[in-house]
Write a protein that binds this ligand. Sequence first.
Ligand code: ADP
Ligand code: MG
Length: 560
Amino acid sequence: MEVNVARTNRQNWITHDIERTAGAAAQRANITAGKAVATAVRTTLGPNGRDKMLIGTNGTVVITNNGASILDRVEIDDPTARVIINAATAQQKTVGDGVTTTVLLIGELLAKAEELLNDGLHPTTILAGYHQAVDHARKRLTEHSIEIEKTDTEALQAVARTTVTGKWDAASATRFASLAMNAIYAVEDDGRVDTRALNIKALPGGELRDSKLLDGLLVDMNTSSTTIEAFDVGIPHQLTDARLALVNQEITVETPDAVKNVTVSNSEQLTSFREYESGTRTNIVQKIIELNTDVLFCQKSIDDTIRTKLANEGILTVERTRQDEFDALVRATEATAVQSVESLSWEDIGIAGSVEQQSVGTTKLLIITDLPGDVQASLLLRGGTKHVAEETRRIIENCIATTRIAICQGRVLPGGGAIEMALARDLSAYAESISGREQLAVKAFAEALEGIPQALINNVGLDPTDAFPDLRNRHEKNPAVGIGSGTGELQDMVQTQVFEPLMVKERCLTSALETTAIVLRIDDIIRHTKSPTNDGIEDGNQESNYIQRSTDGYPWAIGH
Ligand code: ADP
Ligand code: MG
């Protein structure tokens, strides 16, 4: 009887739990999904982009118009949409901006590809044309770019502001742009920026304007389990010329294996065991005191009694210091992290001009400044709820990423759709020089690029049927003309200083091409709608995970 049940289930699996869409139908389905993702973020593009309210399953509400934040948070299980979202995530991680632009461009490229497929072009021809278009566009991008010096604070601040415009009101955007630029300057060294030297903390409570840049390091005491007692009692809130000890391993009364296994059977043994423990504790505390230590950081936990004894001596202990904070402490204080207190020596101790305990909202922080080692700066971001603070952090991180790229690459492009218009015009001209049907695809790429200024026009509330031809006319005379923020007046983007780093646009083009290619190449979608191991067909046979047999006993499909 059991065998019959298993067979019925297998039959179900084969007949009902697999969906297959092949050929043109698969291609159309993928194009539709890709266009839908683009539609989801189109209205958020640019300084006048609208916000989206995202409501999580647990009721959390996040309001944002940051393309990456939106795509990150929505749950989409369509595989094509996931490919696009992965491209968006990669764009976000590599260059920190241009996510919405990339996704829109993918949507436009897919829409144009659909038209070309309808006209009988083969996907391979379309992709060949798109490839040629990107190769040409990348060359032209460099030619359109403007060189900026790393000392050009005005231009750099403009780059930072372009990244944050539309995310906040104008005053906040300016404030955060300057915060981001100063943060970069604080850690910049000869055109190189080590972002590890920049520690960003987003803490709930307070106002956005309470955010500030500190020259030094912030250690979050809430993530450590330091008790109020150890934190408050007998330890000065401000230490000057503090000596810092850094220990990697747990600080505990290590019971040697031999002792651990001994059963304490009489009071004499118990006494000697207790003496051993207390002696070890005293040695540890003594060592810390001898080295004139003011603060002891430990990456793991510290024995409670040891912490209390140290607190009584006025020595601050910080347990479970985060790895990145611990590493930053090593670099900035010139301390050497050791495995145990026993191996600590005078030379291992690090120095900080000032260590201050401060409560910021509900978080207790150690602010460590005036450091002898590597440069270290910290951005303390404030904002209403935890989610607002986190969103602020994301946007600031983007801003820091673009400013860093602009400093390192030293080249920027005019924004507000100006560069897309210029490239579209270049590509239309270039298409004329191409023979064969690829020419149509290069032209299509040019039209797809125009989708960006068109979206900006739409989002500013202008009618594209009038405004777009107007833009095209003005652009013929001045390739820096783009759509301004506010009322959408056409402006010279170099004069108004709406700058974007060259590398961001390079990545937008490459990533949009790669993703479109992936989507267009797929011509077969095979979907397992149910997991075969969860629906009862598992019969205890190892093999059944890999080889699904048909009901008459022959191997039916071999899984990877
Ligand atoms: P993305 O995720 O692609 O960066 P955004 O919503 O940040 O999308 O919008 C970016 C677009 O907005 C770019 O084309 C950029 O040039 C434009 N932009 C940003 N700030 C301004 C501004 N002050 N004036 C005009 N256009 C701007
Ligand atoms: Mg942006």
